[in-house]
Design a protein around this ligand. Structure first.
Ligand SMILES: Cc1cc2nc3c(=O)[nH]c(=O)nc-3n(C[C@H](O)[C@H](O)[C@H](O)COP(=O)(O)OP(=O)(O)OC[C@H]3O[C@@H](n4cnc5c(N)ncnc54)[C@H](O)[C@@H]3O)c2cc1C
Ligand code: SF4
Length: 483
């Protein structure tokens, strides 16, 4: 059943905040896979559409530098395992990136076939085809391409088991480091496990990918261990040869308007986490009139999820125009297909209610030069739930220099503290995406190797889409996260 046309009835449209708004038979299907995977025939046909461009623009638009034409060529010739190895060598989270990457603004936007005939090669679907086959074989046979070098005698602590931390840990373990991941939560995966929309990573994919990543060996995870609470940077620097911070962005921005503490007003990421972790979706409390404040992917995600869980009206309110929204056109299309209403050029003024939220007042906005200002004209929307999705911020570890609101790093992802590296959402470099975080982790791992083993070549061959690079040169990332 496709995601867009899943019927949402029978459903309870009465006012209030309650679970069980959908008919019981619907919950099993409500977060079905957003994109149907390709079968072998479809994959081969799609692969045949690739022109195998020289100096391919799709590679230049991939933050993790996957050699896209190379893996597509391998799919076309039936070498699906080789295709997967190409992908995973560049990005060990290639399976989740195939599902969650906003390819419409990355590789597929750059694909020459998009420009030539308005339909890019479906790179993400092909990537998923290859990596899914690889993962399924691994799960059946426990055989895999990635092996760990014998221990090099050095220990690295990785803080956070999100995409950045997992990518760093895998690359480090592969080089022979003994890695310990300290993770504050009870599960690994970071936002892949706790934040990404469930219909993008259906079938427990995040946990399956984590199991595959850890299977390389040499990586120990300590759950329920938080830096700043159970661990200190000073202590870690004494006990380990290097530290990598992949702590993401742990806090949410506030609206700063009256009524924010009323019942029913919540951070979108908290609700998404509840939805991702619940064993029974019918227990998730859903309002009849739901408001979402924000214009990014998190705003779209919570809006779509509440709608699919049976909210009668979900309105996403954004302070600027549709063109300025952080959510890509593809995400906005998902919202529209799911019946989410969009109200632009309006900013929050007050949330009202007695104990719980009843309504929210907004002020229309406009541009005065380049400055966004209120017009003085207001309107009020009925609400029994309000979700705040206006961005997240770093809970900064103490003792580190910051660059604005994020951890300051140099081109090698080294922080201001010797031996301490950082990557992923907690640094300014690149967009806050799974693929960027995976790339940071990979490059930081290489930089740690270069620092601790100066002049030594990487212990394994790293295929590079850059013909000038013999693959063994130590990656010294340039600003922008690229080698
Ligand atoms: C709702 C939502 C939807 C998103 N959807 C997409 C999408 O569709 N596509 C996409 O590409 N990107 C998406 N993103 C962004 C993407 O999830 C992030 O860019 C990516 O997960 C960042 O990886 P990270 O490893 O830096 O941080 P995280 O994934 O945030 O992982 C950080 C890890 O560190 C742990 N941690 C934090 N503090 C500490 C501490 N003090 N001690 C120990 N452990 C700690 C956390 O528990 C967590 O496991 C989304 C983000 C959100 C919020
Ligand atoms: S730009 Fe498109 S056609 Fe060219 S190599 Fe990349 S996927 Fe193939």
């Amino acid at each position: 059943m496709s995601h867009a046309n899943l019927g949402l009835t029978p459903r309870d449209a009465s006012p209030g905040v309650k679970g069980g708004r959908l008919g019981p038979t619907l919950y099993g299907k409500v977060f079905c896979d957003l994109t149907a995977p390709l079968d072998q025939k479809e994959a081969e046909v799609e692969a045949s559409r690739c022109y195998y461009c020289y100096d391919a623009p799709c590679i230049r638009s991939c933050p993790s530098e996957i050699d896209i034409p190379s893996f597509i060529r391998k799919i076309g010739s039936g070498n699906v395992k080789g295709a997967a190895v190409d992908i995973l060598d560049a990005n060990i989270l290639g399976g989740s990136c195939a599902r969650v990457c906003p390819v419409e603004t990355l590789c597929q936007e750059a694909c020459v076939r998009d420009k030539a005939d308005g339909k890019p090669v479906e790179i993400a679907k092909l990537q998923r085809y290859a990596t899914d086959a690889y993962l399924e074989t691994f799960e059946k046979t426990k055989e895999q391409h990635f092996t760990r070098e014998k221990s090099n005698g050095k220990k690295v602590a990785v803080i956070g088991a999100g995409p950045a931390g997992l990518s760093a840990a895998h690359n480090l373990a592969r080089m022979g480091f003994d890695v310990t991941i300290f993770e504050a939560k009870a599960k690994a995966g970071g936002l892949n496990e706790y934040g990404i929309a469930p219909y993008k990573v259906a079938d427990n994919f995040a946990a399956r990918e984590v199991a595959f990543i850890l299977s390389i060996g040499g990586i120990k995870i300590e759950y329920g261990k938080a830096l700043g609470k159970d661990l200190s940077l000073d202590g870690l620097r004494k006990d380990f040869d290097a530290v990598f911070l992949g702590v993401g962005l742990g806090a949410n921005n506030a609206l700063g308007v009256p009524g924010e503490t009323l019942d029913g007003v919540q951070d979108a990421t908290k609700k998404i986490e509840e939805i991702r972790q619940t064993k029974d979706l019918s227990k998730v409390a859903v309002g009849r009139d739901v408001l979402v404040v924000g214009g990014g992917n998190t705003a779209v995600d919570i809006a779509v999820q509440m709608k699919r869980l049976g909210a009668e009206f979900v309105t996403l309110v954004y302070r600027r125009g549709e063109e300025q929204m952080g959510a890509t056109w593809h995400e906005r299309e998902i919202a529209a297909n799911n019946g989410v209403l969009l109200k632009t050029w309006a900013m929050p003024k007050e949330i009202r209610g007695e104990k719980a939220v009843r309504e929210m007042e907004f002020e229309y906005t406009e541009l005065s030069g380049s400055k966004l200002v209120g017009t003085g004209k207001t309107f009020t929307l009925k609400a029994d739930q309000v979700f705040k999705a206006i961005g997240q911020k770093l809970v900064a570890p103490t003792g580190l220099e910051l660059d604005g609101s994020k951890i300051k790093v140099d081109a090698n992802f080294a922080t201001s503290l010797p031996g301490v590296y950082a990557g992923g959402d907690c640094v300014k470099e690149g967009e806050d995406l799974t693929v960027t975080s995976a790339q940071h982790g990979k490059l930081a791992a290489r930089a740690i190797f270069a620092k601790l083993f100066p002049g030594k070549a990487l212990p394994y061959f790293v295929p590079s889409p850059n013909p000038q690079d013999d693959g063994r040169s130590l990656a010294v990332p340039a600003p922008g996260g690229k080698i």
